[in-house]
Design a protein around this ligand. Structure first.
Ligand code: PEP
Length: 256
């Protein structure tokens, strides 16, 4: 049985301590009794310390939205996994499509970051997904296969067990256009098949695969009711405590 995981990806939207604190102080009491779902907030670096202060002794874990694969040195503007660990970060989003598209991160770079995160005992939430043109050209499975092979290159089964995959069709991110539960499930099943081929059935069955792309309080339940969708990575709807709470409740309900 895979425990669903809901990740709130605040992107560059909640970056001052006061707004982070305000949102979390509303969220914490709402979700305090939910132990069936892992809850993560991935916030900008500027408020990770605020999350550390606000979320200690709660059931909400702290996530970062990126990191570098070196620990120290002349890497202006980058963030070391050591710094993240020191302030209680447990999860790190890697390979988000915005990092891939806007900042030209390659699968090879993402692979290095994943290896470093795992070595530092951080849990990577690794995003994969196709562009609209690729879906329209029937290339979705080809793209997914390539991304799985390249981003998870040279990882073993034990390492894979600490990874969360987020399937995020890029055409659904921030657009209000969600993949239908059937479209998402089809790709999740395909990802599990690839993981089975690359590793083994047990590994494929145990890895959590989130869906991401315009999840909201209304569509979450139908998505999470699909057998192979283990929660979601949520952008826009994670900015308000109420909508995020509804999504977390939908994940909770999906396992009852
Ligand atoms: C995301 O940022 O990963 C995401 C899925 O965003 P949104 O929910 O806003 O589409």
């Amino acid at each position: 049985m895979r425990k669903p995981i809901i990740g709130g990806n605040w992107k560059m939207n909640r970056g001052t301590p006061q707004e982070a604190k305000d949102m979390l102080e509303r969220l914490v009491p709402l979700v305090k009794d939910i132990d069936t779902v892992d809850i993560v907030i991935a916030a900008p670096f500027t408020v990770l310390v605020t999350l550390y202060d606000t979320l200690s002794n709660t059931n909400i874990k702290i996530g970062a939205q990126n990191m570098y694969f070196e620990e120290k040195g002349a890497f202006t503007g980058e963030i070391s996994p050591i710094f993240l660990k020191d302030i209680g970060v447990e999860y790190v989003i890697l390979g988000h499509s915005e990092r891939r598209d806007i900042f030209k991160e390659s699968d090879a770079l993402i692979n290095k970051k994943i290896k470093k995160a795992l070595a530092m005992d951080l849990k990577p939430i690794v995003c994969i997904g196709e562009h609209l043109e690729e879906r329209e050209a029937n290339k979705t499975t080809e793209i997914i296969k390539y991304q799985i092979n390249e981003t998870f290159k040279d990882l073993d089964k034990d390492e894979m067990s600490n990874i969360i995959i987020a399937y995020e069709p890029i055409w659904a991110i921030g657009t209000g256009k969600t993949a239908t539960p059937e479209q998402a499930e089809e790709i999740h099943v395909f990802i599990r098949k690839l993981l089975d081929q690359k590793f083994d059935r047990e590994t494929a069955d145990s890895i959590r695969i989130q869906y991401g792309g315009s999840i909201n309080a209304k569509n979450a339940e139908d998505l999470f009711n699909k057998e192979n969708i283990d929660g979601g990575l949520v952008g826009g709807a994670s900015l308000q405590s109420d909508s995020l709470f509804q999504i977390i409740k939908a994940a909770d309900k999906s396992i009852k």
